[in-house]
Design a protein around this ligand. Structure first.
Ligand code: NI
Length: 183
């Protein structure tokens, strides 16, 4: 008798977050549906705006980008959640922007990271169809953050200095209110 795999959130320090994810077999798409479902459930449960398969211990090139306002990201723009298989960045903008990031695999911490503010990507959907998409602003940032998970990186690797790391508590109580007031 076989039982369904149990997925749990993988946290920083676990070697699985350092591995390079393998491409999804697009001829066996039925196999990825339970994984995508588990990713979405964890993302929703933890107030994430995106998640990558390695974060639930699955070394496949899968991510969800789902910008929406919630208590952890109150000023995030709303978009339809997007499941991306075998995603690839094609071109980055020259303009870079600095923004705070958090991660379900790095609980309790936020980091300030410079990234290009736009990226053109290609990916396959759950039906195996190929797409190209131009992302900008916060969704472009989420994509780049999740793509890092597919190449064994987290936002902690991207901060310019450890001074750009703060606790989630300090972020929510001090930095975020000041940011929202300035908007
Ligand atoms: Ni993350």
């Amino acid at each position: 008798m076989t039982s369904a795999p149990v997925y749990d959130i993988v946290e920083i320090g676990d070697p699985r977050l350092r591995e390079t994810a393998k491409p999804v077999d697009l001829t066996r798409l039925d196999a990825i549906l339970p994984i995508a479902q588990a990713m979405k459930e964890w993302m929703d449960k933890r107030g994430g705006v995106g998640i990558a398969a390695p974060q639930i211990g699955v070394g496949l090139q899968m991510m969800i980008v789902a910008s929406r306002p919630n208590p952890r990201y109150p000023d995030a723009p709303l978009m339809q959640p997007l499941l991306l298989l075998n995603p690839l960045p094609l071109r980055y903008s020259d303009t870079t922007v600095e923004e705070w990031e958090g991660c379900l695999s790095v609980p309790g911490l936020r980091g300030k990271v410079w990234r290009p503010d736009a990226v053109d990507i290609e990916y396959f959907d759950a039906a195996g169809r190929g797409h190209q998409l131009a992302l900008c602003g916060f969704p472009a940032r989420i994509f780049q953050h999740e793509y890092d998970h597919l190449i064994g990186m987290t936002f902690v690797d991207r901060v310019a200095t450890p001074l750009d790391l703060v606790s989630e508590k300090v972020f929510l109580e001090q930095i975020l209110p000041a940011r929202l007031a300035a908007k």
